[in-house]
Design a protein around this ligand. Structure first.
Ligand SMILES: [Zn+2]
Length: 177
């Protein structure tokens, strides 16, 4: 609990500093093996990048620091309730724990809740606000895009092994090639 409070406080301090810079009130830190390995703040206004949420910038920095897209063993401490984009990105990257200090209920009076988007995304595609279409276009050759990918990797080495190789290479920054 002591560490949880410490890491959350760090995320909140980042959010507060971001407010002072004219940014939105969100900060996040990524922790691995008890240490903060990266942090981030909401940079959407400064960068015009709508995906530059605090959790996104933090996990991007963590991936670069680790030299791997795999954030297994990492925890993210965020000042605010992560939005669906950030939650999915953390899930996809292997983050194992997410802790946040301000909930969507806390953010609602300030227009800082993403509860409505969570609710909409939980509906079937054809009931969601954004129009989503499945158009099964296939190459004229008749080949299957994913089968091509599998074949391309099989002729080299198994996809899983390839992934391991890439991760291993990037984890050895001092290796001379
Ligand atoms: Zn987000």
């Amino acid at each position: 609990m002591k560490n949880t409070a410490r890491f959350l406080s760090e995320a909140i301090d980042l959010a507060r500093a971001n407010i002072a810079r004219g940014g939105r009130p969100f900060g996040a830190v990524v922790v691995k093996d008890g240490d903060v390995i990266a942090n981030g703040v909401n940079e959407i206004l400064a960068t015009n990048d709508p995906t530059a949420h605090a959790e996104m910038t933090a996990i991007r920095a963590a991936s670069q620091a680790l030299g791997s897209p795999n954030l297994q063993g990492c925890a993210v401490y965020a000042s605010g309730n992560p939005c669906p984009m950030c939650m999915a990105a953390m899930r996809l990257s292997g983050v194992e724990r997410v802790v946040y200090a301000y909930s969507n209920d806390d953010g609602e009076p300030y227009g800082l809740s993403t509860a409505a988007i969570y609710a909409d995304l939980a509906k079937p595609f054809d009931e969601q606000l954004m129009k989503i279409e499945y158009v099964p276009l296939r190459p004229e050759s008749g080949s299957h895009l994913y089968a091509e990918w599998k074949a391309a990797n099989a002729s080299n080495r198994p996809a899983a092994a390839l992934g391991m190789q890439v991760v291993a290479d990037r984890c050895s920054p001092r290796r001379q090639r």
